[in-house]
Design a protein around this ligand. Structure first.
Ligand SMILES: Cc1ncc(COP(=O)(O)O)c(C=O)c1O
Length: 392
C-alpha cells in the first residue's frame, strides 16, 4: 500500500470512530463571543479566561517614537544574538510577577515543557509523570533520557510505593504534574506531592498553564493557591491562556534558570518571541496584578456553572476551582453530536475525545471567561441537558 493510500485509510478510520477533527475558521470576538461561518456564537472553547485578548495592544514599529523603531520579529534565536530589550523586560516582569529570582521565555508552552524537562532529567534519573498530564509534558518526559514512570493522582499511595522501591536506583527523581488538569479542571494535590518529594528526596515540577492569572490571590497559580511555591523546583507556564498571547516560560532560582537557558534546545534552536508579543505580555501581567477582581468574577462564574450543572444532573468531574467544566458523555460520538447541536443553538463547546482523554471518557468541555453572563451559562448548560436527553 502506498503512503497516500494508507493516509486515506487512516482518515476514513478517524471518521468512522468519531475522532476526525473538522477544520473550522473561528474569529474570537470580545464579550466571550466568536464568529464562524458568518454566525456569532458564545465561545466556551477558548482559554482567554480573563477576557484580556481584546484589551492588549501591540506597539508596532509605526507607533514607536524612537528613531530605532521596534522590529516586528526578533530576527534570531536569543542564544545566537542575545535577547531583545523587550524579551529582557518580559523576563524581568515574569520573575517579579512570579516572585522568583529568574524567568526564561520560550516560543510556546509546549516548547517550554520540552526544553525544561529534557534539560533537567538526565540519563541517571527517573521521572514520575501524572497519567493525565498535558501531551507536551508527556512528550517531554518520554523524550527525556531518564526512566519514564507514570502515576495516578488518585493513587498517591501507589506513587509512594514506587518511590520506596525505586528511588535508590536513580540519582535524581522528578515528579511532574499539571497544576490544573486541562481536560477535567481538577487541581493537583501539590502539598501531598511535595510531602512525598521531601520524604524521598525527589523534586516537583509544576505546569501552571491553566492556573496562571486564574488561581491564587495574586494570580500566580496552583502553587500560590496551595502555598507550595517555595517547595517546587521550578514552575512552567504559558502566556497563551489567561495572559491571552503567546509564549512559554519557566521560573525559579537563578542557577537553575541559568542552567536551563544554557541547555534547553527548544530555546536555543528557536527564534525568540517577537518584541511586540513581549510588550503585550508585559501589559498582560500588569493587568493581572492590577485587576484582582477579574479572578473573583471568574470564580463566581465557575461556582454558578457547577451549581447549575449539578441541578440539571449533568456528570462533571472538576474540583470546581478552575474555570473548566467538563461534562462526561463517555462515547466520542455522543460528544460530537451534542457539540454539533450546541453549535446550531449558538454555542461553541468542543467535544474532547481520545487520544486527548482516555477511552470511554469523552466529554464536552466548557471553558469559562469573565465576559460570560449568568444567562449564557444557564442557557448553554440547559441546552447540553436537552441534547443529551435526545441523543441518549
Ligand atoms: C497544561 C498545558 N501545558 C502546556 C500547554 C502548551 O501551551 P502552548 O499553547 O503555549 O504551547 C497547554 C496548552 O495548549 C496546556 O494545556
Amino acid at each position: 500500500m502506498s503512503v497516500r493510500r494508507r493516509i486515506a485509510a487512516r482518515l476514513q478510520q478517524l471518521q468512522a470512530d468519531g475522532l476526525y477533527r473538522e477544520r473550522r475558521v473561528v474569529q474570537p470576538l470580545p464579550g466571550g463571543l466568536c464568529r464562524t461561518d458568518g454566525r456569532e456564537l458564545v465561545n466556551f472553547g477558548g482559554n482567554d479566561y480573563l477576557s484580556l485578548a481584546h484589551r492588549l495592544r501591540a506597539v508596532s514599529a509605526a507607533d514607536s517614537a524612537s528613531a530605532e523603531a521596534t522590529p516586528f520579529g526578533a530576527t534570531a534565536s536569543s542564544a545566537v544574538i542575545g535577547r531583545t530589550p523587550e524579551l529582557d523586560a518580559l523576563e524581568s516582569a515574569l520573575a517579579q510577577f512570579e516572585n522568583t529570582e529568574a524567568a526564561l521565555v520560550f516560543p510556546t508552552g509546549y516548547a517550554a515543557n520540552l526544553g525544561v524537562l529534557q534539560t533537567l532529567i538526565e540519563d541517571t534519573d527517573a521521572v514520575l509523570c501524572d497519567r493525565d498530564n498535558h501531551a507536551s509534558i508527556v512528550d517531554a518526559c518520554r523524550g527525556s533520557r531518564g526512566q519514564f514512570l507514570v502515576f495516578r493522582r488518585d493513587r498517591l499511595d501507589s506513587l509512594e510505593k514506587t518511590l520506596q522501591r525505586r528511588r535508590a536506583a536513580f540519582e535524581q527523581t522528578f515528579i511532574v504534574t499539571d497544576g490544573v488538569f486541562s481536560m477535567d479542571g481538577t487541581v493537583a494535590d501539590l502539598s501531598a506531592l511535595c510531602d512525598l518529594a521531601d520524604r524521598y528526596a525527589a523534586s516537583v515540577v509544576v505546569d501552571e498553564a491553566h492556573a496562571t492569572g486564574v488561581l491564587g490571590q495574586q494570580g500566580r497559580g496552583s502553587t500560590e493557591l496551595t502555598a507550595t511555591e517555595q517547595r517546587v523546583l521550578v514552575r512552567i507556564g504559558t502566556m497563551s491562556k489567561a495572559m491571552a498571547g503567546l509564549g512559554g516560560f519557566v521560573v525559579g532560582d537563578a542557577a537553575t534558570i541559568d542552567w536551563i537557558r544554557n541547555r534547553a534546545r527548544t530555546q536555543f534552536f528557536s527564534t525568540a518571541l517577537p518584541p511586540s508579543v513581549c510588550q503585550a505580555m508585559v501589559q498582560s501581567l500588569a493587568l493581572i496584578s492590577a485587576e484582582p477582581q477579574l479572578r473573583d468574577t471568574l470564580a463566581a462564574a465557575t461556582e454558578l456553572a457547577h451549581r447549575v450543572a449539578a441541578e440539571l444532573g449533568l456528570q462533571t468531574i472538576s474540583s470546581g476551582l478552575a474555570p473548566i467544566v467538563p461534562i462526561l458523555t463517555g462515547r466520542p460520538e455522543t460528544a460530537v453530536t451534542v457539540s454539533r447541536g450546541l453549535l446550531e443553538r449558538g454555542f461553541l463547546v468542543p467535544a474532547i475525545r481520545p487520544p486527548t482523554v482516555p477511552q470511554g471518557t469523552s466529554r464536552l468541555r466548557l471553558s469559562l471567561c469573565v465576559a460570560h453572563s449568568e444567562q449564557q451559562i444557564r442557557s448553554v448548560l440547559g441546552a447540553v441537558h436537552e441534547l443529551l436527553e435526545t441523543t441518549g
